[in-house]
Design a protein around this ligand. Structure first.
Ligand code: NDP
Length: 324
C-alpha cells in the first residue's frame, strides 16, 4: 500500500482526497519509483482544483513531475537504486503522477538525475524551471544575445518566470520582469531583474507596431500581453511563448513579423526529446545557485490541496516542493 492524492470525478466536479492505494493499481510502466519529492506546477493546481481540463482519465493521481529512486525495473537503462527525474509525457494527466509515495513510469520517460543534484533540487526546478531553461535555449537558438538589449519575463513571480529571471541574468542578459504583484519587487530584483514592470502597463490592446523595447521575451502569460510584447519587440528579436496564465487568445497582426523580422517560438515541455531534456537538466544543475532548493516552499501531500488553491489565488510565489 502507498499514500497518494487521488482525483475523482463526480458530476462535473473534481474531488481531491488522500487515499491508500495498492501497487497493482498503478498504471502501466516498466519502472517502479519511490517518489522522494514532487512539486506543484500551474497545471497541477488546475487539475487538483478542477479549474482546468487537465485530467483525461479518472481516477487520477495528479503531479506532472517527480524525482525518486528506482525500486524495480524491467528497462535496460534503469537499475534498482538509480535516482531519476520525470517531467511531462502526460503523467498526472493520463498516467498516474507524482503526488504519491510511489509511481510507475515507462523507462524511456525517465532521465538520470544529473550528478550533484538532489531530488528536492530537481523538484524545486520541476517542469516550471525546465520550461524556463527551454525558453533560454530557444532564445539562444533564435540568435538573441545580451548586447542586443533587455529581455522581458512575464508572470515573473510564478514558477516559470522566477526561474527564467535567474537563468537569463546568469547568462548575462539585462532582465525586465512583468508582474501584477508589485509587493514582490525587491524579491524579483534579488533574483536578477533590473526593472520591474506593472502588469497594467503591458496588458492593453496593442497597436500593430509600438516603440521597440525588448530584444527577446519569455512569456508565461499569453493573451493580450503576448500580443503587446510582439508589437514592442526589437528588429530581429524573438519571443518565446510558453504559458497562458492570462489567456489563450492571440490577436496580433503580421507587422512585427514582416517589418521587424520578429520570431515567435512556442515551447512544449511535455513531449520534448530525451536528448534535449538531458541537456536542459545538466545546464540547470550548473546555472542555478547551490542553495536554490532552500528557497522553495515545502508542503506535505496532505497540504497539497490547499497549496493548489493558494497557487491559483496568487498567494504563493516562486517554486513549491511536495514531500510525499
Ligand atoms: P505559476 O502559477 O507559478 O505562475 C503563473 C504566473 O502568471 C503568476 O505568478 C502570475 O505572475 C501570472 N498570472 C497569473 N494569473 C494571471 C492573469 N490572469 N493574467 C496575467 N498573468 C497572470 O505558474 P507557472 O509559472 O508554473 O506556469 C506559468 C504558465 O506557463 C502557465 O500558463 C502554465 O500552464 C505554462 N507552462 C507551460 C509549459 C509548456 O510546456 N509550455 C510548462 C510549464 C508551464 P505575477 O504574480 O508575477 O503577476
Amino acid at each position: 500500500m502507498f499514500k497518494a492524492l487521488l482525483l475523482e470525478e463526480s458530476g462535473k466536479e473534481t474531488h481531491a482526497s488522500l487515499k491508500r492505494l495498492n501497487e497493482n493499481q498503478l498504471t502501466a510502466g516498466d519502472v517502479l519509483v519511490k517518489v522522494d519529492y514532487s512539486t506543484l506546477n500551474y497545471k497541477d493546481a488546475m487539475a487538483i482544483t478542477g479549474k482546468g481540463k487537465i485530467v483525461r482519465q479518472w481516477p487520477m493521481v495528479p503531479g506532472i513531475d517527480y524525482a525518486g529512486t528506482v525500486l524495480a525495473s524491467d528497462h535496460p537503462d534503469h537499475r534498482i537504486g538509480d535516482e531519476v527525474i520525470l517531467t511531462g509525457w502526460g503523467v498526472g494527466e493520463q498516467h498516474w503522477g507524482g503526488l504519491a509515495e510511489k509511481a510507475c513510469a515507462k523507462g524511456d520517460w525517465l532521465i538520470p538525475m544529473p550528478v550533484g543534484m538532489s531530488a528536492k533540487r530537481a523538484m524545486a526546478i520541476g517542469t516550471a524551471g525546465f520550461t524556463a531553461m527551454l525558453g533560454l535555449m530557444a532564445l539562444e537558438r533564435a540568435g538573441v544575445k545580451p548586447d542586443q538589449g533587455p529581455v522581458l519575463v512575464t508572470g515573473a513571480s510564478g514558477g516559470v518566470g522566477s526561474v527564467a529571471i535567474r537563468l537569463l541574468a546568469k547568462a548575462g542578459f539585462e532582465v525586465h520582469a512583468e508582474t501584477s504583484r508589485m509587493q514582490h519587487k525587491e524579491w524579483l530584483l534579488s533574483l536578477g531583474a533590473s526593472q520591474i514592470i506593472d502588469r497594467t502597463e503591458l496588458d492593453k490592446e496593442p497597436a500593430a507596431l509600438e516603440s521597440q523595447r525588448w530584444a527577446g521575451a519569455i512569456d508565461a502569460v499569453g493573451g493580450r500581453t503576448l500580443a503587446r510584447i510582439l508589437s514592442q519587440t526589437k528588429m530581429n528579436g524573438a519571443v518565446i511563448a510558453c504559458g497562458l496564465a492570462g489567456g489563450v487568445a492571440l490577436n496580433t497582426t503580421v507587422m512585427p513579423f514582416i517589418l521587424r523580422g520578429v520570431q515567435l517560438q512556442g515551447i512544449d515541455s511535455v513531449y520534448i526529446s530525451k536528448e534535449k531534456r538531458i541537456e536542459a537538466w545538466q545546464r540547470l544543475q550548473k546555472s542555478l545557485p547551490l542553495n536554490f532548493e532552500d528557497q522553495a516552499q515545502e508542503f506535505t501531500l496532505e497540504q497539497s490541496i490547499q497549496a493548489a488553491q493558494d497557487l491559483l489565488a496568487g498567494k504563493l510565489k516562486g517554486r513549491i516542493v511536495i514531500q510525499p
